[in-house]
Structure formats: C-alpha cells, structure tokens
Design a protein. Structure first.
Lengths: 118, 270
C-alpha cells in the first residue's frame, strides 16, 4: 500500500459553544506538533491561516473561524491512527469536530468522552 | 553567542551546538526577524530541520534543542500576530518537566502523580489539587505565589517585572503631575504664580518626556500591545491633568498681560 496525503484543519480558537472561544495557549500547538512528529515523523503547513464559515447544526448560527492546515504523509494502513490522533486533538483544542480530508474525501472527526487528550 | 531563552524561560546554549546546528540556529533566527506568518514559519522550520531531525528516533525528535527553539520562535510569532494566547502555567509546567526530567514518565514516577492525570492537566481538562500542585512545583524547583488580580494578573511571569517597572514610572509621573496641579492651585498671587508657572511648566514638560521615553522603549510585539492597553486605561487620568494644566496656563497667561495688551487682543483687527 502507498502513502496518502492527509490534510486537517485546527481552528485557532476554542469552539465558542463547546469551549470559551479563546485562543489556544502554546502548549496545545506544541503537543499536536510533538504527537505528529512522534507518530508520523513530521508534518507540514501548506498555507498560512485558512478562513472559513459553517452553520452550527446545534445552534443554526453561522460560525466564522480561522484555522491552521496541517498536512501529513501516512501509510494507508495507518489511517485509523490519524483518526485516533484527531479525536484526541478535537478534545485538546476543545472543538465539536475536526475536519480532515483523506484521499479527497472530507470527514468530520468528533472527540468522544473516553478519548485521552494528546 | 548568548543563550537562547524560550517564552517560558527555558535556556538553550548555542555554543554547545555543532557547526551545522549553529548554522541552522542562525538561519532560524534570521527568518524569524523577517516576521513571517506564523503558519508559514512552521513549514519553513520543518523543511529546514528535516535532514538533521529525521536521523533521530521519532520519540527523540521533538526533544532536540533546535526543534524546541524553532517551535518557540513559531509560538512567539503566533502570539505577536494575535493567533496564539500568552503561555499559561501549563506551558511552564510542560517545559520544566522536559528540562528537568526528560520525560513525563520519569517525572510521574518520581512524584507519584499518575501520568494519565498529568496528561489531562496539561491539556486543560483537569486541574491539580493544591496539594498535588505543591508536590509538582517542589519536584520542579518552582515556587507557588499568590499575585494580585487586575491588570497584571494574567501576564506570564517573564513579562511581569518589565511591566511593573513601566507602570511604576507612569504612576510616579501621574503622582508628580497631581502634586504640580495642587501646588499651582495654592499660589494666590498672580506675579508669583507667573514665575512658578514657567518653572512648573518645564517640570511638567520633563515629566511628560519621561513618560514618552518609557513608552518609546516598549517592545513592538504582543507584550508592547499589552502594555499599551494598560497604559491606555491610565491615559484618561493623564489627559485630565494635561487639560487642567493647560487651562491654568491660559488663565495665568491672561492674568499676566496688561489691560492694554488684553484690550488689543480682544478687539477686532482693523
């Protein structure tokens, strides 16, 4: 099996409903980078900040946010490890879900109550 | 080459680096000085360090001094660009654990703090009890302090002393201006007031210059912005004092002019 490119977005602020809408302190970013380096050998950020908007299905309000995009090359058989890491990231960065694109398909990964933070 | 100090106060000595590492260190700091977008800087240092770091086992990569320095520079840019919050106590804790124990596992083994619990604390999901925090702080040679709330409460310790110094100077100058105002108000005789005015006006000017020079010295990063925010709160007091002194100067100047001069000044020109 070959390696696939996985892209995911991490908003620069906590979710305003699940969290407090505040910026993340440095240790969260460092924990994510360390986990990516440790698990997949590195990462890259193909662009600067990404601006987006979406409708929160819970509140029906439009949410505008700014995110950072991370890109990781992963062996295809390790895609579940990416999903597990993003469940942790979802909890660590206090998001309702994390958007990830795997093989051109978008997935929205939610953190469960039993997912350990990074 | 002086030691590199992270935002949490951790020091790295570049003189202990190999020549290749020193080259990379210089390249990193030069790129940082160009103030690139923090996310783009992230991609830059990943590329720059790839060759050096990729030779190491995966779990050791993030513990390399150059990796930590690059990460710290990225966070500094993020903070300065308003995309990352100031470090909180967990940043200090995480850095200190790595510096003193090398790994969370060793720290937890030494202190008896469960590793899963520490992980939840460091991710902001849980908090230490006071007893546990005291135990962790002791093991890390850190002190616990209760600080006053208000403007300074949420600042990192490293910025606190610089900020307190500037605030003390501004506060001191405000007190001087208040005392000048009171002094001026107590002088009844217009003649004496006129003499006192020029002396006090020059003192007032001097006081203002001190405040301005302090403001000019402020760093032009996020810390500077924070200082300005706080000083802004003091600005209304300062402006009220300046307004009062200007009024007094105008009144005194009017009292000091002769009736003829005053008439000339108030009559329309022919």
């Amino acid at each position: 099996m070959g390696r696939v490119v996985v892209q995911f977005l991490i908003p620069v602020r906590e979710d305003p409903v699940a969290g407090n809408g505040q910026l993340h302190p440095p240790f969260r970013w460092k924990a994510l980078q360390d986990a990516l380096a440790r698990t997949f050998g590195g990462w890259t950020t193909p662009s600067g900040e990404i601006h987006g908007a979406w409708i929160d299905p819970q509140t029906k309000d439009e949410v505008r946010d700014t995110s950072r995009m991370f890109e990781v090359d992963v062996d295809e058989e390790r895609l579940d490890e990416v999903r597990a890491l993003l469940r942790w990231a979802c909890r660590t960065f206090v998001q309702k879900c994390v958007r990830v694109v795997i093989l051109g398909r978008a997935e929205y990964i939610e953190g469960g109550p039993n997912d350990e933070p990074l | 080459m002086s030691p590199y100090k992270t935002i949490t106060g951790r020091k790295f000595d570049p003189t202990a680096f190999s020549s290749k590492e020193r080259e990379l260190f210089v390249a990193l700091t030069q790129e940082y000085k160009q103030n690139p977008d923090w996310a783009k800087f992230s991609a830059y240092w990943q590329r720059l360090l790839r060759e050096t770091v990729s030779k190491l086992p995966a779990e050791e990569r993030s513990r390399q001094p150059l990796y930590r320095i690059a990460q710290d520079l990225e966070m500094r840019l993020g903070i300065a660009q308003g995309a990352v919050a100031e470090p909180d106590y967990r940043d200090y804790l995480a850095d200190r654990i790595e510096e003193k124990y090398g790994s969370r596992y060793r720290f937890c083994k030494e202190t008896g703090i469960p590793e899963a619990f520490l992980s939840q604390v460091l991710s902001g999901k849980k908090d230490f009890s006071v007893e546990m925090l005291r135990r962790a702080a002791k093991a890390l040679d850190l002190g616990l302090a209760l600080l006053p709330t208000g403007d300074l409460a949420d600042l990192p310790m490293s910025d606190l002393s610089a900020l307190q110094h500037v605030c003390a100077v501004v506060k001191g100058e405000l007190a001087s201006l208040e005392s000048l105002r009171d002094h001026l108000g107590r002088i009844k005789d217009p003649g004496k007031r006129g003499k006192a005015l020029s002396k006090e006006a020059s003192m007032f000017q001097g006081a203002l210059e001190v405040v301005l020079s302090q403001l000019e010295k402020l760093p032009k990063d996020r810390q500077g912005e924070r200082l300005f925010e706080i000083i802004d709160k003091k600005k209304s007091e300062l402006e009220a004092l300046i307004g009062f002194l200007r009024e007094r100067i105008a009144v005194l100047a009017d009292e000091m002019t002769s009736p003829e001069q005053r008439r000339e000044r108030t009559l329309p020109a022919i």
